[in-house]
Design a protein around this ligand. Structure first.
Ligand code: SF4
Length: 705
């Protein structure tokens, strides 16, 4: 029996796991006691990972293609599938230019996979049309960090949980979504009863139920709350004016703005009491060590960037950053969203935290990759990308390791796009996803724990993932598929020599080495890391420059920030309402969130029978008063309708919401729910800065069927 060290492939906590196998089959998993994120613990999802490793009909086992729409796909070999894909992509590029194709990738890819796709899109094809499902997850956190701190780098670390005097959780339910981190919060509270736990969430989640103070704000009012807390901090003398003077800029404009955010005004906007606003501010400011944990409740909003920046403003105003137990720490929803940010495999990013709009940055990457230049035209972000497919501007799309026909908002438009496209290539491990149904070419991909590479968790900690078993059937590692396709595409485009030179890789380590070289001299410099270092010393936090002996737990302890002025910048944030408000026609606010034992679109967790024990079927949660007012009984079928689509499902009573709100888990796609799944209802309205859609809330009506 062999044991292989790996990392859980679900949430951004990034727990270490030890996989036991007989060389061909996974026989079990247990928590890695040496991994700093989880110290041997696993949540229900992680502990049942071995039940999701399959080689049967639940997997895509061989390439398939169809000559034209309307025909069934047939099995084929890798050569035929990739040659066909390359010829058809090349034909589209020749006729319509490089921006007529696009690549939509995933925060579940390993860093090495991400890197190869990025090089394929930008270095070979010459388009910035590469984006990731991470756009749905954390792009507001990226822009929030860059706007205020100068770079996309979470400054705090998990060990700050045990050192914090106050933990401020906003727009997150880690008891369900990041359970091992929440176990650490619970343990910290138990060992230090004076630690204050504040939770900001419209619902009384399991996380909120543990709080000393739960602020059940109205959806989308986070900026008003944070500005109101800053108002109290400033006028109650709880701000650190010496830190503000020495290390920040932009304070005066924000101070003038928050003057009007009195506790009274904020209480009215947010639907909480003045005393709660004041209490939250006092605990935040008086603790001396407040750690903020936040996730999709802040990010998935049409003002997600402002939500992030307004919270970071509180840390800057109190000087609670770069110190033990203090700082903002965004939680990533996916296991390697951070790796994709490092690699820059998104339309708005370039490798090594560079910017595609910056001519010098483009030149630096072109030099690193040894290509003449990088494309200048802005690429399409996730929602824009599928809108462009629908309009015919993008004609061929390559989708890897993600299921946009379940996970993107406003599903009707997404599905129209996939029907309208000239060519859809889907690279996927799991058969039967909603998106696989649209594939003209379906390619079998290896998945956890069948491939190797690296992942970075929410605290900037890079870990090695090793293959415990070989992939089933003809499945291959994602980077291998992308590189093989790139070489064939290059030949079709008359760039065969360039493609062979760019995609020379024989193993994943060569790719990691190329990636880390792109970080030299940057804020995330990881040139001191290698597979050998990660294997001998375990996971390490960047920056880890050449010559370093250990990773960096916290950033900005010296008060120097990676901006042009070397100062942090207060963002002048102002409250704006959510994109959709409940009204007479759509009187309920739909909230979305996670279940404890399912993950994302359930392609993997849906395979383990025991993960269905917690919640067995889709249900709409509604306040008992609303059920009574509408004459509905728990268990009755209801029709829930937004301006975009509708679903039919049973309703159940839930007093953890306010009257006027309903809740639906994000996991249910059309495999489990009538119509197009939960995202038939959600809006594709996006934050103008981060381009992240407002998946968290929408206005709906509910009626008996
Ligand atoms: Fe996996 Fe997240 Fe659970 Fe850890 S907390 S075992 S990373 S799902």
């Amino acid at each position: 029996m062999a044991e292989t060290k790996s990392i859980c492939c679900y949430c951004g906590t990034g727990c270490g796991v030890i996989v036991t196998s007989d060389g061909a089959r996974v026989t079990g998993v247990r928590g890695d006691p040496d991994h700093p994120a989880n110290r041997g613990r696993l949540c229900t999802k992680g502990a049942n990972l071995h039940l999701t490793v399959r080689s049967d009909a639940t997997r895509v086992l061989q390439p398939e293609l169809r000559p034209s729409r309307g025909l069934e796909r047939r099995a084929c070999g890798w050569d035929e599938a990739l040659d066909t894909a390359a010829e058809r992509f090349a034909a589209v590029i020749r006729e319509h230019g490089p921006d007529s194709v696009a690549f939509y990738v995933s925060g579940q890819l390993l860093t090495e996979d991400y890197h190869v796709f990025n090089k394929l899109a930008r270095g070979l094809v010459g388009t910035n049309n590469i984006d990731s499902n991470s756009r749905l997850c954390m792009s507001s956190a990226v822009v929030g960090y860059k706007t205020t701190l100068g770079s996309d780098a979470p400054p705090a670390c998990y060990d700050d949980i045990e050192q914090a005097k106050c933990i401020f959780i906003a727009g997150a339910n880690p008891a369900f979504a990041h359970p091992i981190l929440f176990r650490r919060v619970e343990a910290a509270k138990k060992s230090n009863p004076d630690l204050k736990l504040i939770v900001v969430d419209p619902r009384r989640t399991d996380t909120a139920a543990s709080a000393d103070l739960h602020l059940a704000i109205l959806p989308g009012t986070d900026v008003a709350l944070f500005n109101g807390m800053l108002h109290v901090l400033l006028w109650d003398g709880l701000a650190d004016f010496e830190f503000i003077r020495a290390h920040t800029e932009g304070f005066d404009a924000l101070k003038a703005t928050v003057r009007e955010y009195t506790p009274k005004m904020v209480a009215q906007i947010c639907g909480v009491t003045e005393a709660q606003v004041v209490q939250a501010a006092q605990w935040f400011g008086q603790s001396g060590a407040t750690l903020s944990l936040y996730c999709q409740g802040l990010n998935q909003s049409t003002h997600g960037t402002d939500n992030n920046a307004a919270l970071i403003n509180l840390h800057l105003a109190t000087g609670q950053i770069g110190k033990p137990g203090a700082g903002p720490l965004s939680l990533t929803g996916q296991p390697n969203a951070m790796g994709g940010r490092e690699v820059g495999a998104m339309a708005t990013l370039l490798p090594g935290h560079r910017d595609p709009a910056n001519v010098e940055h483009r030149a630096e990457v072109a030099q690193l990759w040894d290509v003449p230049s990088l494309p200048e035209r802005p690429g399409k972000t996730a929602v824009e990308m599928f809108e462009a497919v629908r309009s015919g501007e993008i004609k061929a799309i390559w989708i890897a390791c993600t299921n946009p026909a379940q996970s993107l908002p406003h599903q009707q438009l997404v599905r129209e796009a996939l029907e309208q496209a000239e060519l859809v290539v889907v690279q996927e491990a799991f058969a039967g996803t909603e998106t696989a149904a649209y594939a003209d070419i379906l390619l079998p991909a290896a998945t956890w724990p069948e491939k190797e590479g690296c992942m970075t968790n929410s605290e900037r900690c890079i870990g090695r993932v090793s293959a415990a078993v070989p992939p089933p059937g003809k499945a291959r590692a994602d980077w291998e598929i992308a590189a093989d396709f790139a070489r064939r595409l290059g030949a079709c485009l008359g760039k065969g020599d360039l493609a062979r030179r760019l995609f020379y890789y024989e193993h994943a380590q060569q790719i990691f080495d190329e990636h880390r070289a792109a970080t030299r001299g940057r804020d995330l410099d990881m040139t001191g890391l290698s597979y050998a270092v990660l294997e001998s010393q375990g996971p390490q936090q960047w920056p880890y420059p050449q010559g370093a002996q250990a990773g960096t737990a916290r950033l900005y302890g010296d008060g120097v920030f990676p901006s042009s002025s070397r100062r942090a910048r207060f963002a002048d944030t102002r409250y704006r309402p959510a994109a959709e408000q409940a009204d007479a026609r759509y009187p309920f606010t739909l909230l979305t969130g996670r279940l404890r034992d399912q993950w994302h679109g359930m392609s993997r967790t849906g395979l383990a029978a025991r993960l269905w024990n917690h919640v067995e079927a889709p249900l709409l949660e509604m306040h008992p008063l609303d059920l009574e007012r509408r004459g509905l009984k728990a268990g009755a079928l209801v029709r829930i309708r937004s301006r975009r689509g509708e679903l039919v499902l049973p309703v159940q009573a839930c007093a953890d919401l306010r009257p006027g709100q309903v809740f639906l888990p994000m996991h249910w796609g059309s495999r489990f729910l009538s119509g197009q799944g939960v995202n038939a209802l959600t809006t594709n309205a996006c934050d103008p800065q981060s381009h992240q859609p407002e998946l968290k809330h929408a206005a709906v009506q509910v009626e008996a069927v």
